[in-house]
Design a protein around this ligand. Sequence first.
Ligand code: KG4
Ligand code: ZN
Length: 353
Amino acid sequence: MLVLGIETSCDETAAAIVRDGKEILSNVIYSQIKTHTPYGGVVPELASREHLVKIRAVVDQALTDAGVTLDEVDGIAATSGPGLIGSLLVGLTYAKALSFSKHKPLAAVNHIEGHIYSVSFEHPDVEFPALALVVSGGHTNLFLVESDSGDFRHLKYKLIGKTRDDAAGEAYDKVAKLLGLSYPGGPIIDRLAKTGNREAFQFSIPKISDRSLDFSFSGIKTAVLRLVKENEKVKEDPLRLDLCASFQESVVNMLWTTTLKAAQTVKPRGIMLSGGVAANSRLREVFRQRSAAAGLKFYYPKPVLTTDNAAMIAAAGTAKILRGETADIDVNADPNMRLAVSEQDVRNRRWKL
Ligand code: KG4
Ligand code: ZN
């Protein structure tokens, strides 16, 4: 089964061809970073305009790279949310048009579910139930993932923790900006942190109730802002290197501490890490070491699949199409689409620990 995946939820125009939800035949990613860098972040209007210009060439390239024609494709999967509405509409509308004209089933895929499926390529054997930590520029979510089929064909999600303010990637990007670094800041801080002292600066851990599995990153961002105001020298090396290393250590520790607390509560067999921030070298290292020590399996995608791509959308879409969960031509993009609602939200009570 060949599925064409299309992803345009933020600032990457991406298309991929995936066979049986497993084998990536092509994975084309056009990044708009150059367009947005002068503004220090993604400008939604510019993003949708550029998707419009690139979408056709990117999809054609994915077909060419895979050596298949559109007629040979068995289904089309596109991200329908969450994300920037104008950007989402370009990819989803293009997918709808292809699906309608070629009589191919269409899957409308949740972007966050796509990130979770990015793990499935190298780890089709994930043991469920598993915790999925999705850390990106727009999201920081912790899900308990169960599987009716024992594999990636039929997953069920329960949201057990989320950020109360900034996403982890957003914190990286904002701190980078405070330090005079370019956009996106995550990969730059990751690189600079390698030569810095992780213990040079101490950040206090946000006070979230003991019984919650939520995250908070706005406090550490404000702490960095205060440091910059107090002493401009932190924007120069070597202090900047130390600040990057200390900030990163703090974020990684916050992510690990809450994930471990969740694991002790819901007793999964393993942890799946995904989303753009999952490319972070220190995060991967800490999770790998500590999950092994805690007797948990640890799964993460290779770097090219951590940041936004369409292969992960094709994989999630393949499972949907196989389950018969296809979308009609009138399916709409939903910028605030949820994958699962937390029990806290539903019952307005705390997760029991
Ligand atoms: O998943 P993604 O491509 O887009 C969203 O769905 O948001 O994630 C992008 C985010 C950005 O905030 C970027 O700074 C961050 O992922 N990121 C990193 C690294 N690579 C990308 N953060 C920390 N360390 C990295 N190596
Ligand atoms: Zn993403």
